[in-house]
Design a protein around this ligand. Structure first.
Ligand code: SDX
Length: 427
């Protein structure tokens, strides 16, 4: 029995269909609202507004549930690897061994980046933030791969997807090596996908690359945990840029830019800087808690709070546990981890945070592991982008294959009414 919602306004009654998702989420379909009522809705930040119907990722913010294509994040983080999760998100099913091998081989075949791209990289000062470099390089890739995706062709779409999954990690590695003054390395086809990323990032010119399983496994898990998160700010950006039929690479470049903000992916860098400031301040967490609660102070407790999760972010739970394991196995005793745990405990007992349902999010502990893996703080958000790449691709592909309309929100105008122009000598 189809459900409807009734709107009554100024003596008139309007009916709108209510749609129900596979996890029983309900939404009022207002596609005909303006045409039938002459009115629009308004919802800054889209806190109550759905932009699409999607089959990729399911979140339940109240219960702290996260699933990719129906598989729980806990299972995937424990038993899958990042490349098969990328395949799952993009194509909808876990790959067979043969499908995964072919996927990886197709990616290896595309893992060169035009040497001319190094001239663009050379144009950046070493002080440039890696997210700005990565966004620019991702956009510049179009110059060397001009064919924008022919969405009607599965083969063209697939080729574009393996191309960016192959080249983006090279750009990530080059971005970091440029800052460190290291030669720009290429991958090694004999390695696994994440192992190869680690080698490209960290191989020293005068030393053999030696794989550390603890490090590779930790990196692989972090990338899985960041791989998709339904219609977050950067994914919505990728979708809306792609909705104008701009190409995949430039849509991803826009996603990198949106992710950079400290309220979004940039929070993982801001968390580490906050924890280091607290450490430098003698570990005075109470001072920072007071700042976070002071409405006159713009400071927020970075890594805390979430638009959707009003319970624990399941990723934060997994990363917190992994931080203990990784630092323990690497024999690293990082006081920052203890400060983070102390801050979390205090916040979870503090009325301000409890009343607002503010819990640690994915960014709160991730930086502690990145640091233990030797990744510089200003590269943390680049690692987030590397993890989120398959999710962005999956969401862009879904939006284009469904033929979604160009994104173009309306507004309520609150400016001047009509007024007569006055020539400058009369003003
Ligand atoms: C990510 O959307 C996604 O899925 C994102 C992400 C993904 O995987 O893509 O999960 C990744 O971006 C995680 C979030 C990383 N950002 C941070 O850690 C930055 C710190 N957090 C906040 O800025 C904030 O919590 C947001 C931006 C995450 C969410 O903001 P909302 O949903 O707009 O909530 P709000 O600003 O309306 O806050 C509600 C109240 C306000 O207080 P009151 O006006 O009710 O008194 O909670 C307060 C806020 O001031 N508040 C905080 C706070 N977060 C919210 N107060 C202090 N410290 C904080 N961190």
């Amino acid at each position: 029995m189809s459900k409807t919602a009734i709107l009554e306004f100024e003596g008139k009654r309007y009916e709108f269909p209510v749609i129900e998702g596979t996890e029983k989420e309900l939404a009022i379909d207002i596609k005909t609202l303006r045409g039938t009522t002459g009115m629009i809705t308004i919802d800054p930040g889209y806190k109550n507004t759905g932009s699409c119907e999607s089959a990729i990722t399911f979140l339940d913010g109240e219960k702290g549930i996260l699933r990719y294509r129906g598989y729980s994040i806990e299972d995937l983080a424990k038993d899958a690897d990042f490349l098969e999760v990328a395949y799952l998100l993009i194509f909808g099913e876990l790959p067979s061994k043969e499908e995964l091998t072919k996927f990886h081989n197709d990616i290896k075949h595309e893992s060169h980046v035009d040497e001319e791209m190094k001239k663009i990289l050379d144009g950046f000062p070493k002080s440039a933030h890696p997210m700005g470099v990565l966004s620019s390089l991702t956009s510049a890739l179009v110059a060397f791969n001009p064919s924008s995706v022919d969405v009607s062709s599965e083969e063209a779409m697939y080729n574009s997807i393996v191309r960016i999954l192959a080249k983006f990690p090279v750009l990530v590695a080059w971005t970091m090596r440029k800052k460190k003054g290291l030669p720009l390395d290429y991958g090694d086809d004999s390695l696994g996908y994440v192992e190869n990323i680690h080698k490209m990032m960290f191989k020293r010119p005068n030393k053999e690359y030696t794989k550390d399983k603890i490090v590779i496994d930790a990196l692989d898990k972090l990338l899985i945990l960041h791989a998709d998160h339904e219609q977050n700010c950067s994914t919505s950006t990728v979708r809306i840029v792609g909705s104008s039929h701009a190409g995949l690479f430039v849509s991803l470049s826009a996603g990198v830019s949106a992710l950079w903000g400290p309220l979004h992916g940039g929070a993982n860098q801001a968390v580490l800087e906050m924890l280091e400031a607290i450490d430098a301040d003698g570990g005075d967490t109470k001072k920072y808690m007071a700042k976070a609660k002071d409405k006159n102070d713009p400071f927020r407790l970075m890594g805390f709070g979430h638009r959707v999760y009003k319970n624990f972010d399941p990723r934060a739970k997994i990363i917190k546990k992994s931080a203990d394991e990784v630092l323990g196995r690497l024999g690293i005793d990082d006081p920052i981890l203890d400060i983070a745990k102390g801050l979390e405990k205090e916040a979870l007992e503090d009325k301000y945070f409890v009343d607002r349902k503010l819990y640690p999010n994915v960014d709160f502990y991730s930086g502690i592991i990145y640091r233990a893996l030797g990744i510089p703080t200003d590269m943390f958000t680049v690692m987030f982008a590397l993890g989120r790449l398959p999710g962005w691709i999956a969401q862009w592909r879904e939006m284009r294959l469904k033929g979604e309309p160009i994104g173009r929100p309306r507004q309520v105008y609150i400016g001047e009414n009509l007024r007569k122009f006055k020539p400058v000598n009369k003003r």
